[in-house]
Write a protein that binds this ligand. Structure first.
Ligand code: GLY
Length: 325
């Protein structure tokens, strides 16, 4: 949707919704929140991650908290060496080193993140440990790796033979150009709502393939790759991280939902903010998924080819998001 038409259509509604909370008593607001609770657990993930989604969904059905379920779910893909965009088997940087980024955020607004970590597969779980066991929110590089060792994580070689071969082929091109997937997996973002209606989320990635050493994208940056406000909803991003960071995309979506937009409208507006800074439709991909406290979901991307996976009521489906800028 073009920004102009979005504004034309939504200005009145958004303005009145901006005013609405100030005229509601806090009791009314509390009632609104509680009556909107949807206590059927569900899992919403970026891309086709059927197995990871199922693991998280079944954990929720067994009574797991939203954050524990999300960390368990993404752990499957972090260990899946066929997936070249997260965990072990992820594409390396231009020097041939695999570095991973992840963050988590829970229903209390607590969060943790690890950036540019080497030799550790399960960085989402590590980010959760940063949140729970340190006085900090972010640990980066050698410090994050050291913390992982202290927590008992095994050091592993994250560069598989397949990703090494692909990197060597990329090197032959001889010009520096990182690669972003437009129609394939990228970062995995997962939003979970548990039986109590509490929302949490995780974002995990090996980042942009063949990035410069030390480059970090949006995925471990709270507010960019992931944001949760348990009163409102949550959002996660996938795609070219630089563009998500510039617009603080996930925080933006949650704030737009706070102003009354549906998750779908909020995702569309966040994509518009990126595209309208470009000279025409860009050749990179960014996509968002979001959910609110009513259990409504939204998904939107710059280009076609994006899909998301939804687990609810024991049904687990990968859905092509035909909703494109
Ligand atoms: N969204 C992944 C990255 O840009 O690193």
């Amino acid at each position: 949707m073009k920004r102009r038409s979005f504004l034309d259509r939504s200005t009145l509604g958004v303005t009145s919704l901006l005013i609405a909370p100030s005229i509601l008593s806090s009791k009314d607001q509390e009632h609104n929140t509680v009556s909107n609770l949807n206590s059927t657990p569900y899992v919403l993930s970026t891309w086709n991650v059927i197995k990871a989604n199922e693991i998280a969904g079944k954990a929720l059905d067994r009574g797991s908290s939203a954050l524990d379920a999300a960390v368990q779910g993404v752990a499957y893909e972090e260990a899946n060496i066929q997936n070249t965009t997260v965990g072990r088997g992820g594409s390396p940087d231009r020097d041939g080193t695999v570095t991973l980024d992840a963050c988590v955020m829970n229903h209390k607004g607590n969060c943790g993140a690890v950036l540019a970590v080497e030799n550790i597969t399960h960085v989402a779980a590590l980010a959760k440990e940063v949140m729970e066991k340190t006085p900090h929110v972010i640990l980066a590089g050698a410090g994050a790796r050291q913390f992982a060792i202290e927590q008992g994580y095994q050091l592993e070689n994250l560069l598989t033979e397949e990703s090494k071969k692909a990197w060597e082929k990329w090197l032959e091109k001889g010009n520096y150009k990182p690669e972003i997937n437009v129609e394939n997996h990228d970062t995995i973002g997962m939003l979970c709502s548990d039986a109590e209606g509490n929302l949490s989320g995780v974002c995990t990635t090996s980042g942009l393939a063949y990035k410069m050493k030390g480059r970090v994208g949006d995925s471990p940056i709270i507010g960019s790759g992931l944001y949760i406000d348990n009163e409102i909803g949550g959002a996660v991003a996938t795609g070219l991280g630089e563009e998500v960071i510039k617009t603080v995309g996930s925080f933006l979506i949650v704030e737009l939902m706070r102003q009354g937009l549906t998750p779908q409208q909020a995702c569309e507006e966040a994509i518009s903010r990126i595209v309208e800074k470009q000279n025409g439709k860009p050749d990179f991909q960014v996509a968002y998924v979001a959910t609110n406290k009513k259990g409504e979901i939204g998904a939107y991307s710059i280009h076609s080819g994006f899909s998301y996976t939804l687990y609810k009521n024991k049904l687990n489906k990968n859905i092509n998001s035909n909703s494109v800028y």
